[in-house]
Write a protein that binds this ligand. Structure first.
Ligand code: HEM
Length: 395
């Protein structure tokens, strides 16, 4: 019956606090047409997967005048995430070699060292607020290292990135907050300066490697800057939220935490389960290029298709006991990193950071627990990123 169709408002604080019961309702109905905007909300696993893998029918390129606009951080230059083939193919090929499993695993010793230093500080201070003391810090330090950004600028970097990402929580019909516009300009200026510096004195970092590609005229100066901004945006808060959401899941499931402590080789599969169970990226957007249907609902060309990855990741048709947190789950074909040609470029890096982070925390603190299990944790504002604003722990 029409009146039974679910209502879904991702900006509602109650939905943000716990979206999962809402996803159950969404999956029970055909894809939902969102009122006011020409958009369709897709939440079943098979439908989400179909949209993500059919990049010919569902485009990643969105004109700026659509609702759910893309943040214009890149002064109009293409990024791989906002591009379709052949531009996407060219941009992705250029950087793929820097994200191969071999290249990424070579970063492990340095990531371990950075994680260890952050935990030294926590231990010395005696109190542990997971987000501020660790989860917010580690990913930005890792990317900044990769890019060769000097340590003294790391903090500023994170602040810009946070401000910009937080502005995606503003509903699409509202103007972007002035602090986000300022942060975007500051980040862009700073990176342009770093690129200039590397032109004269190249190093062993990713920016220098990309300038070399640019010299071969495959990457325009605007595209280079746009890629660096994309890396910062795509790789920071996402990994931060894997650490925060994953820790909350572990501490709320003490049997799973105890098992992970007893059986450290389960770490890899535990990280996959954290990604599935409380996905750092809850949704993604595509634009239908031609008339088609999804789950029996007809859609017109130009319709925005919002795919809820986190709803698909709890779909009982693909996961046995989907609401259970099981660190040994197998198989676990979650969609937390997307699927198809835009599958997360940084997935290996995120997995490595996650497993180093959790191993380091569990080893260091044998009695880790929530500081106050009766307090309902608060969530940050961004629309498709799900992450805690704070998580006080007792050590
Ligand atoms: C737990 C952490 C992470 C999660 C959950 C995550 C999730 C995702 C998802 C869902 C997509 C696909 C979006 C779409 O199809 O519209 C994506 C794409 C991407 N991610 Fe990640 N990501 C994470 C970490 C990282 C890191 C560490 C980096 C880089 C250092 C990174 C770089 C990228 C890039 C460049 C793309 C675009 C790829 C393309 O368009 O071909 N991500 N990520």
């Amino acid at each position: 019956m029409e009146s039974d169709a679910p209502v879904f408002n991702p900006f509602d604080p109650e939905v943000r606090a716990n979206p999962y019961p809402h996803y159950v309702r969404l999956r029970q109905f055909p894809p939902l047409k969102l009122p006011m905007v020409s958009a369709l909300l897709v939440s079943r696993y098979d439908d989400v997967e179909r949209v993500l893998t059919d990049s010919d029918l569902f485009s990643n390129h969105r004109p700026q005048n659509t609702p759910f606009r893309q943040l214009d951080l890149t002064a109009g230059a293409a990024t791989m995430l906002g591009a379709d083939p052949p531009v996407h193919t060219r941009l992705r090929q250029l950087v793929s070699r820097d994200f191969t499993p071999r290249r990424v695993s070579a970063m492990a010793p340095r990531i371990r060292q950075v994680a260890g230093e952050l935990l030294d500080r926590v231990e010395a201070g005696g109190a542990f607020e997971l987000m501020a003391d660790f989860a917010n810090e580690l990913p930005v330090l890792v990317i900044a290292e990769m890019l060769g950004i000097p340590t003294e600028r790391h903090r500023e970097f994170k602040a810009w990135s946070n401000t910009i990402v937080a502005s995606s929580a503003v509903p699409p019909y509202m103007p972007r907050p002035p602090e986000a516009i300022e942060a975007t300009a500051a980040l862009r200026d700073y990176l342009a300066g770093e690129i200039e510096r590397r032109r004269h004195s190249p190093g062993a970092d990713l920016i220098s490697a990309l300038i070399a590609s640019q010299a071969a005229e495959v990457l325009t100066p605007g595209e280079l800057l746009a890629f660096l901004i994309l890396l910062l945006m795509a790789g920071n808060e996402t990994t931060t939220n894997l650490i925060g959401n994953g820790m909350l899941a572990l501490l709320r499931h003490p049997d799973q935490l105890a098992r992970l402590r007893r059986e450290p080789p389960l770490m890899e599969s535990a990280i996959e389960e954290m990604l599935r169970f409380d996905s750092p990226v809850q949704g993604a957007i595509r634009l239908a290029r031609r008339r088609t249907e999804i789950g029996g609902v007809e859609i017109e060309p130009g319709t925005l298709v919002v795919v809820m990855l986190a709803a698909a990741n709890r779909d009982p048709s693909h996961f046995a006991r989907p609401d259970e947190f099981d660190i040994a789950r197998d198989p676990n074909e979650h969609l937390a990193f997307g699927r198809g040609i835009h599958f997360c470029l940084g997935a290996q890096l995120a997995r490595l950071e996650g497993s180093i982070a959790f191993s380091a925390m569990l080893e260091r603190f044998p009695n880790l627990a929530l500081a106050d299990a009766s307090v309902r944790p608060g969530y940050r504002g961004s629309l498709f990123l799900r992450g805690l604003s704070a998580l006080p722990l007792s050590i």
